[in-house]
Design a protein around this ligand. Structure first.
Ligand code: ATP
Ligand code: MG
Length: 363
């Protein structure tokens, strides 16, 4: 049995907690994910560490017991980042670039949002939105009013005509040292992440800019562990879209593509183990499995590493992902081609996107 300070209890027991548990095994870090709806107060030893897999949770006795544990890591951070209003205020406070925004209050009208933010305005729920849920577009000339449900509950953002979406996953240890994975290129389909690629040589010139932004945030928050920063690239400038104080879907490629995944990095950081600069193993494509049934034929593709979450399949629900890693990008492109007939037809565009990006990187 590992020493109790190598016990990590996770608030939440979805796929992120499960993947942390998996990542803890080689290091004999015992990871105990606790379902958000648990009605049993967990018996967490005093010197164990607690970390959430999600930034907001129902205020049940079990969740409160976890969140009030003396070793609940980054306890002061979640309220601040789980609310888009205070998250945006933090980003502004550090003078970091982000999509122009304002708070939606009883004083707000559609006209003054358009005047401030332009003809297309995206309302976002302050709390609880994910996978593009919790968004509402106001577009001139059709929208004339802000729906009541958004007053006091949302922020408004200018529509960004971005070139592409990137994310940076970083980790900060107990001594304040940062480590960053290479920037990830992400494809979102209907607000849901569907594919990621990393590393890509053409993104290297943006790496320092991204590290500087996320590094400033990690330091300001005196944060320990993994945090993800989602960005829009507009020309050679990055704008922060949002922050996730946890392991993140756009970092799943690190399971196959690096020697130490984002899950292991997070565990090492929160338990005080040494970290090392991430080493990549080649190019990795991550394809999210969204609302589709499992097909064991995926496993016949030599590059394919399948993570199946064991959840009930529902439309729009992330039920697994496949990592395809290769030292030769051509090999990854070929593996994607092999995967294509094993996925529903609407994945053709996603595979095509990934293959086009890979081909562009080879020119
Ligand atoms: P997640 O599942 O990552 O938590 P989310 O639903 O919380 O997502 P965002 O990441 O803010 O919300 O938005 C989801 C997607 O919507 C973005 O990845 C992007 O494609 C699009 N989007 C968000 N904000 C803007 C914007 N200001 N302009 C244009 N598109 C946007
Ligand atoms: Mg997002």
């Amino acid at each position: 049995m590992a020493n109790a300070n190598h016990q990590v209890w996770v608030l939440g027991a979805g796929q992120l907690g499960a993947m942390m548990r998996h990542a803890g095994m080689p290091l004999a870090i015992e990871v105990y994910p606790v379902p958000l709806d648990s009605d049993t107060i967990p018996a967490v030893p005093p010197n164990a560490v607690v970390t959430p897999e999600i930034e907001h949770w129902p205020q049940t006795p079990a969740n409160q017991a976890l969140a009030n544990h003396p070793n609940f890591m980054n306890a002061h951070v979640f309220d601040r980042l789980a609310d888009r209003l205070t998250q945006k205020q933090l980003i502004d406070h550090l003078n970091l670039a982000t999509a122009p925004w304002c708070n939606v209050t009883t004083e707000s009208t559609a006209d003054n949002l358009f005047a401030l933010l332009g003809d297309r305005v995206l309302l976002k729920r302050r709390r609880g939105g994910y996978d593009g849920r919790g968004q509402h577009w106001l577009k001139q000339p059709h929208a004339t009013t802000i729906p009541d449900a958004w007053i006091g509950e949302g922020i408004a953002e200018a529509a960004i005509d971005f070139n592409e979406e990137l994310s940076l996953v970083g980790v900060r240890d107990r001594n304040g040292q940062h480590y960053f994975y290479p920037l990830t290129l992400n494809l979102h389909t209907d607000g849901i992440l569907t594919a990621s690629l990393a590393p890509l040589a053409r993104l290297t010139p943006l790496q320092a800019q991204a590290e500087c932004m996320l590094g400033a945030l990690l330091d300001e928050l005196d944060y320990i562990g993994v945090m993800a920063m989602e960005c829009f690239r507009v020309g050679d400038k990055l704008l922060i879209n949002e922050l996730a104080p946890r392991v993140h879907n756009s970092g799943h490629w690190t399971q196959a593509g690096t020697a130490c995944s984002q899950f292991e990095s997070h565990l090492r950081a929160v338990t005080g183990l040494p970290l090392a600069p991430p080493k990549t193993r080649g190019l990795t494509a991550m394809v999210n499995l969204v609302g589709i049934d499992r097909n064991n034929q995926w496993l016949a593709i030599p590059e394919a590493a399948l993570y199946w979450y064991g959840k009930e399949v529902r439309p729009g629900r992330k039920v697994g992902h496949i990592n395809l890693c290769g030292t030769d990008p051509e090999q990854v492109s070929k593996a994607l081609e092999d995967l294509k007939p094993l996925l529903p037809e609407h994945y053709d565009a996603i595979i095509q996107w990934a293959q086009t990006q890979i081909a562009a990187g080879r020119q």
